[in-house]
Design a protein around this ligand. Structure first.
Ligand SMILES: [Zn+2]
Length: 288
């Protein structure tokens, strides 16, 4: 039989060992360089973009079509971190919101930003239910929201008006478009907008220029017009795409990107694509 004193000593040892690990994890976290990380996850056909600011704010734009997002977040976040500062749903279509159902069940989310547009599709009722249960601050995008998180700013460029409660036929064209900037670097996130919304953005005279473009609608030929690519003029275009029956990414879009000499990275070819910015330069990390 182990004596009480021995038991206590073992407990103390175990406690100290665990506390030591935690301390090292904390040291590791604080010693991370002050950079912005934007990770385009390979979640198959769908979007899921994880952003970590230099001040360690964590933002997720869309969650892909299934539970793959949990494995991806698990790789980016330390095991004890089960919270996200902000979740943005660009539009309630399966390949963008179904993964967020898993995220809302497993993570504590502080704020959720979406348009409030209706979509009578599988899982939508569940999305509304989870929104209620999450106790997060729900922000419905109207227009001109500018989110500041430390040294990073995220500007919501579209939609131009309140869509809450509305049923809109072309749900892709309700996608939240946002512009992230840090120092001299910037990123444009386009959801699944088509060229007609791209045209509206250009006609409004909105500054779209960005270093990195998330190619709209997985490379559909009805998006990424020449005019739009010219206005954004990115050095890098990322296509989030997986196996699909639509022919995404289309050869038309790949040709347009090539015409403007834009580097293209695809999640179906490269896996997770991480773009790291120090405010001046971009570095790309690819995890196959
Ligand atoms: Zn989509």
């Amino acid at each position: 039989m182990i004596s009480r004193a021995k038991k206590f000593a073992l407990f103390l040892l175990g406690f100290l060992f665990f506390a030591n690990i935690l301390a090292w994890v904390a040291v590791f976290e604080f010693s991370k360089p002050k950079v912005l990380e934007v990770c385009f996850f390979d979640v198959g056909q769908g979007d899921a973009i994880f952003i970590e600011t230099p001040e360690r704010h964590q933002v997720l734009i869309d969650g892909g079509a299934n539970s793959k997002i949990l494995e991806k977040l698990g790789k980016e976040l330390p095991f004890f971190d089960r919270s996200l500062d902000l979740v943005i749903l660009t539009h309630p279509q399966k390949d963008h919101f179904a993964g967020l159902l898993f995220v809302l069940r497993d993570y504590e989310v502080e704020q959720i930003l979406w348009t409030g547009v209706e979509n009578k599709t599988a899982g939508f009722e569940e999305w509304l239910k989870l929104l209620e249960e999450e106790k997060a601050r729900i922000v419905l995008v109207k227009k001109g929201i500018n989110i500041r998180a430390g040294s990073v700013s995220l500007k919501i460029l579209f939609p131009f008006e309140d869509l809450a409660g509305q049923e809109i036929k072309n749900i892709n064209d309700t996608s939240i478009v946002s512009h992230l900037s840090f120092g001299k670097n910037s990123f444009l996130f386009t959801g699944d907008i088509s060229s007609s919304i791209e045209k509206e953005l250009i006609e409004k005279g909105i500054d779209l220029s960005s270093n990195v473009l998330k190619v709209a609608h997985h490379g559909s030929k009805y998006s990424s017009s020449e005019e739009f690519l010219e206005a954004v003029f990115p050095q890098l275009a990322v296509i989030q795409v997986g196996e699909n029956p639509y022919g995404h990414p289309t050869k038309e879009v790949l040709q347009r990107l090539e015409k403007f000499d834009i580097n293209v990275l695809r999640t179906d070819k490269k896996g997770d694509i991480k773009v790291i910015s120090d405010g001046n330069n971009l570095k790309i990390e690819i995890e196959d």
